[in-house]
Structure formats: C-alpha cells, structure tokens
Write a protein that binds this ligand. Structure first.
Ligand SMILES: *[C@@H]1O[C@H](CO)[C@@H](O)[C@H](O)[C@H]1NC(C)=O
Ligand SMILES: *[C@@H]1O[C@H](CO)[C@@H](O)[C@H](O)[C@H]1NC(C)=O
Ligand SMILES: *[C@@H]1O[C@H](CO)[C@@H](O)[C@H](O)[C@H]1NC(C)=O
Ligand SMILES: *[C@@H]1O[C@H](CO)[C@@H](O)[C@H](O)[C@H]1NC(C)=O
Ligand SMILES: *[C@@H]1O[C@H](CO)[C@@H](O)[C@H](O)[C@H]1NC(C)=O
Ligand SMILES: *[C@@H]1O[C@H](CO)[C@@H](O)[C@H](O)[C@H]1NC(C)=O
Ligand SMILES: *[C@@H]1O[C@H](CO)[C@@H](O)[C@H](O)[C@H]1NC(C)=O
Ligand SMILES: *[C@@H]1O[C@H](CO)[C@@H](O)[C@H](O)[C@H]1NC(C)=O
Ligand SMILES: *[C@@H]1O[C@H](CO)[C@@H](O)[C@H](O)[C@H]1NC(C)=O
Ligand SMILES: *[C@@H]1O[C@H](CO)[C@@H](O)[C@H](O)[C@H]1NC(C)=O
Ligand SMILES: CC(=O)N[C@H]1CO[C@H](CO)[C@@H](O)[C@@H]1O
Length: 491
C-alpha cells in the first residue's frame, strides 16, 4: 500500500487497437426506469469472502521507513533481505485464525525488489543486455521463491491468492509516476528507456500471471499509465480473466476488467455509512451508477498507517479493530487487512494474537444468531419479519441482500416489538418501535443498537428499484462477548 488511487494519474485510454473498452452491464428498473448495475459472478464471489489480507513483505521490511515511497534514489542493498525463518504456512495459520478468505501478496513494491527470482532481461541505454538482478536471487536466501511458497501455502489452506505489483514506481529502474527519470541516477540504479520500462513491467506481470495459478485479486496501487494500459488489459484477458482487479476502473469508468473493484478512499478502515456496491469513484459509491464495482477497505493492524513491519510499532487495539470490522464489512465494504511478517519471515506472536482475537470476536458474535426460536418470513414488496416465541435479547441486526440481479434496496427501516423479558403480558398490544434504518444494504449491513432490547417480533420494510430478494436477516447479542474479548489476551 502506498498510493491507492488511480485518479492522480492520467489513466484515460483513448482505446486504440488490441483491446476494447468495457461497457457497463446494467438492466432497467421496472419500477422507476433507473439503471440497475449487474455484477459478474466473480465480483459476487469476491464480496462473499468479506475479509482478506494484503501481505507487505520484501526488502522494505528491513528499512526503518515504510517502503521506498517518495525516496526515488533509494535502492536498498539486496543483502538486507534475509528471512531466515520464513514459513508461509504459518502466515496461513494467522490468515485462517482471522477468518480471512483471500490473501494478496506484494510481489514487488516501490523499491523494485522482487521476492521471486525474476529472470527478465532487457537492454540498457548502452544497448547491453542485462538481467533484472534486484531479486531474491541476489539476496542471502537465494534459491528461495517467496511468491511460489506463498501460492503453495495458500492453495494448501484454501485461501484465494493474488498479487500486488506496483507498475508506476520502481526505484531500481529509476522510475517514478511510470516515467524513467531522465537525470540523477544513483548507485544501484540501471539506465533504461521508457519503452524498455513498459516491456519489463509486461514481462514481469506475464511471469506472475502465467505461472502461479488462477489469481483471486490483482492490485494496482496507484493505477497504471496510459502507455501500459492496453498491453496490461490484453494480458489480463488472456491469462487472468477471472481475477478481481483493485483500481480496475478509473473514475471516468474506463475499466481494465469487468471484474473491477474500487478503493473506498481512505486507509483508516472506515467506509461511509452509506456505501453502495456500485459506482467508480473512491468513496461510498453511487446507487444510480451503471457500474457494479464493490468497494474494498484496506487498512493496517499497526498504528500510524504503517504497512511494512515496524520495529516497536504499536498495534491498534482489539476495540479499534472490532470497530474497523463493523465500519467495513458491516458497511458493505471488503476488509483487506495488512499482514506484516517481520524480518525473520514470521508473523510476530503479538500480531498473530491480535488477528486471532479479531477472528474470534467475529465468529463468536456473528457465527450464529441469538435466536434459535425464530420464524422468518419475507413477504411481498421487500418486507421481512421475524417472530420469536419468547422475548429474546438482541443488540444488533445483520442484513444481507441477494445482489445476483443487482443491488436494489434503496432504504430500509427496522422495527421491533420491545418487551420486558420478565413481562408475563407477552406480546399483546405491544407497538412496533423503529430500532434502526439506513440506505444501502448490498452484500452486508450491520446495525448495532444503542442498547440491547428484548423483543418478540421484528419487521423490516424497504424502498427499492426492483422487488428485493433478502439473502438473510439475523439477530445477534454480542456486547458481553465484545467486552470479555477485550479484557483478556488471546491464547
Ligand atoms: C475524466 O473526465 C473528465 C470530464 O468528464 C475529464 O476532464 C478528465 O480529463 C477525464 N479523466 C481522464 C483520466 O481521462
Ligand atoms: C542502441 O540501439 C538503438 C536501436 O538499435 C540505437 O538507435 C541506439 O543508437 C543504440 N545506442 C547505443 C548507445 O549504441
Ligand atoms: C547487476 O548487474 C549490473 C550490471 O548488469 C551490475 O553493475 C551490478 O553490480 C549487478 N548487481 C548485483 C547485485 O548483482
Ligand atoms: C520518460 O517519459 C517522460 C514523460 O514523457 C519524460 O519526461 C522522461 O524524460 C522520459 N525518460 C527518459 C529516460 O527518456
Ligand atoms: C543514461 O543514459 C543516457 C542516454 O544514453 C545518458 O545520457 C546518461 O548519461 C546515462 N546515465 C547514466 C547514469 O549512466
Ligand atoms: C482458472 O480460471 C479459468 C478462467 O479464467 C478457468 O477456466 C479454469 O478452470 C480455472 N482453473 C482452476 C484450476 O480453477
Ligand atoms: C400488563 O398489562 C397491563 C394491562 O395493559 C398493564 O397494566 C401492566 O402494567 C402490564 N404489566 C407490565 C409488567 O408491563
Ligand atoms: C433514519 O431515521 C432518522 C429518524 O427518523 C432520520 O433522520 C434519518 O434520515 C433516517 N436515515 C435513513 C438513512 O433513512
Ligand atoms: C415503513 O413503514 C412505515 C409505516 O408504514 C412507513 O412510515 C415508512 O415510510 C416505511 N419505510 C420504508 C423504508 O418503506
Ligand atoms: C463475560 O464476563 C462476565 C463477567 O466475568 C460473565 O458473567 C459472562 O458470562 C461472560 N460472558 C461470556 C459470553 O463469556
Ligand atoms: C453517509 C455517507 O457517508 N454517504 C456518502 C456516500 O458516498 C457518497 C459519494 O458517492 C457521498 O457523497 C456520501 O456522503
């Protein structure tokens, strides 16, 4: 993670030649004639995963600063990269304990170092053929391939795998903003032309995309340049058409793939309360957009927006991480949490414990509903009701919309018959009280009430652009669990 948004670059491709622009796929509302963006099956499968990790581990792990970002002459010596204990299965144990379903590995960040032994060769400005010799093969752990072992471990643990490869910065090649800087070479940098740079990017992406299986997610941090776009899009169509592409659309709706997802616009781990599965801008999206393009909320476990392992960097508290979960997954945003192996190549024990604490909270709170005694019925016109045969305490509701024919709910209100649990009078004549409301539901919306209530009946109504299909509605009681989880260390 470094510079998420593609909007800073001139991304727009006047589409010339080999690839064609993706047109948005939508249907027309039978109710008000508005556009209802339609998802691909890959986008829906991806939203289903809810939580993933973004693994920051390469030569910058050995720096005091958080990567080579904005230090264009810095080319850390490859002898620094020495993860003597690296164990990618252990990474997967942590990913599994968190409950994450996909993992995207930084295969190359802005220093230019590759954690696989890239064998790309190219011509320098003197027309000498040289090797891309800034890789794990030039480090003390030569012979290893972090990308390969990561992929093998992910497959073994049934975690979807993907790659981050920054195409716009490469200090080793003296590239910033996709351009080879014409002057000021530093020791360790090689001297190439702009077109050679685009070819190296293409060759390295080809290597990553052709030799490591089907990717779940591909990350373009900072987007891609207009001179790279068409070749990258063609390669994507040829090798990884099923992958979901982060930053896949520019804000004007020029998309690399129909399986695009967008950035939520912050690295804080917080989506706007109103967050649609549709739209191409880096924010809460737009219910009227013809583009289905769900948002991803990437954030760190370490404080201060620190993505690479920081010696003595504090971690965010479990309370804060639970809030992050509710403000991302609970607001229809994919949560992609940074995972930072340390300099030995392992996840530090305190980090692993915090990920597990969060995973344990999520499964204990949301793993099963508070109501085993419920009769659910969805009636016509997007209404939904839950009847309980005795008063039951709840403090939150989880709403899920079936988006296979588009996201159609535009607003909802949740009402409850609130009763005193000791009240023998039962449910007679108890009025419905509004307990929560909102706009976007999408894949998932979690509403937490101000206080726990005891209820015998829940009723939901909606406004919509086509009759909604509820995927599920469930009631939970978690306050006690949350409080207990915060006071003890995970074991
Ligand atoms: C996007 O569209 C706006 C106006 O519609 C235009 O000014 C801008 O240059 C476009 N951006 C790109 C990257 O093409
Ligand atoms: C390198 O090759 C190109 C194309 O063949 C040529 O234009 C250029 O002059 C050569 N550069 C040097 C330094 O020989
Ligand atoms: C990489 O190759 C260049 C020339 O091709 C050479 O100057 C440099 O020393 C090499 N670096 C390493 C780490 O092997
Ligand atoms: C690469 O392209 C940029 C933008 O056109 C230009 O400013 C830069 O000088 C070029 N770099 C080289 C090494 O030619
Ligand atoms: C890089 O190549 C250009 C063009 O051949 C040359 O002018 C420049 O001096 C070279 N820089 C270095 C550091 O080799
Ligand atoms: C990989 O994805 C392609 C579509 O891009 C699909 O045809 C193929 O079955 C997938 N392979 C595996 C092993 O999932
Ligand atoms: C039960 O209902 C009666 C009649 O409506 C009411 O007077 C009484 O206060 C209720 N009891 C409780 C505990 O709410
Ligand atoms: C929820 O209800 C409150 C109180 O009636 C209202 O002010 C607010 O606008 C509603 N919010 C949504 C998203 O409908
Ligand atoms: C839900 O029903 C109430 C009562 O009929 C009505 O006031 C409200 O506008 C409805 N809300 C929605 C979102 O349909
Ligand atoms: C939470 O802790 C309180 C006080 O120690 C205890 O009474 C309660 O049963 C605990 N709840 C759960 C769900 O473990
Ligand atoms: C409630 C909220 O934050 N809504 C935001 C949703 O995203 C749009 C941008 O598309 C913002 O304008 C809203 O403020």
């Amino acid at each position: 993670m470094w510079l998420n948004t593609g909007t800073l670059l001139s991304l727009c491709a006047i589409s010339g030649g080999v690839v064609s622009a993706y047109q948005p796929n939508y249907r027309i509302s039978p109710i008000d004639g508005s556009k209802i963006a339609l998802p691909t099956k890959e986008q829906l499968q991806f939203q289903e995963k809810e939580i993933g990790v973004l693994i920051h581990f390469e030569i910058a792990t050995y720096l005091s600063i958080d990567g080579c970002n904005n230090v264009p002459n810095l080319v850390p010596n490859p002898s620094l990269f020495d993860p003597t204990l690296i164990n990618t299965d252990a990474w997967m144990d942590t990913i599994t304990a968190l409950g994450a379903k996909y993992a995207t590995l930084v295969a190359k960040h802005n220093c230019g170092f590759t954690t696989w032994p890239s064998e790309v060769t190219f011509q320098d400005r003197e027309n000498q053929t040289v090797s891309y010799n800034y890789t794990i093969a030039q480090s003390p752990v030569r012979g290893k391939n972090v990308v390969r072992s990561f992929v093998d471990s992910a497959q073994k643990y049934d975690i979807g795998h993907g790659f981050y490869y920054s195409v716009v910065v490469n200090n080793y090649l003296n590239v910033q903003n996709s351009d080879v800087r014409p002057n000021s070479w530093a020791p360790g940098q090689v001297n190439i032309t702009n077109s050679t740079y685009d070819q190296i990017v293409y060759d390295q992406l080809s290597d990553l995309w052709k030799n490591y299986g089907n990717l779940t997610e591909i990350w373009f941090d900072g987007g891609y340049s207009s001179s790279q776009k068409d070749k990258i899009q063609a390669l994507l169509e040829e090798t990884q058409p099923q992958a979901v592409i982060f930053n896949g659309c520019d804000t004007n709706g020029t998309c690399l793939s129909e399986n695009s997802i967008r950035w939520i616009g912050t690295e804080a781990g917080q989506a706007p309360d109103e967050n649609w599965s549709t739209g191409v801008t880096n924010d809460g999206g737009d219910s009227t957009s013809p583009y289905f393009c769900p948002a991803e909320c990437d954030t760190t476990l370490q404080t201060d927006d620190r993505w690479f392992f920081g010696v003595d960097q504090p971690l965010r508290s479990i309370e804060e991480m639970i809030d992050v979960y509710h403000q991302t997954v609970g607001r229809n945003c994919l949560l992609e949490l940074d995972l930072t192996p340390d300099r030995s190549g392992l996840i530090p024990a305190s980090y692993a414990a915090r990920y597990k604490q969060l995973g344990d909270f999520i499964s204990s709170c949301y793993g099963k509903p508070a109501t085993s005694n419920a009769v659910h019925s969805s009636t016509k016109n997007g209404e939904y009701s839950i009847t309980l045969d005795y008063p039951t305490a709840i403090d939150r509701i989880v709403l899920m919309e079936d988006q296979s024919n588009g996201q159609v709910i535009r607003s909802y209100e949740v009402f409850a018959k609130i009763v005193d649990s000791q009240d023998a009078n039962g449910t007679l004549n108890v009025p419905f009280t509004l307990i929560s409301n909102g706009t976007s539901v999408g894949h998932k919306k979690i509403d937490i009430f101000d206080r726990a209530i005891s209820t015998t009946e829940i009723f939901i109504n909606t406004t919509y652009v086509d009759t909604p299909k509820w995927r599920s509605v469930s009631l939970h009681l978690c306050d006690q669990l949350a409080a207990n989880g915060t006071s003890t260390e995970a074991d």
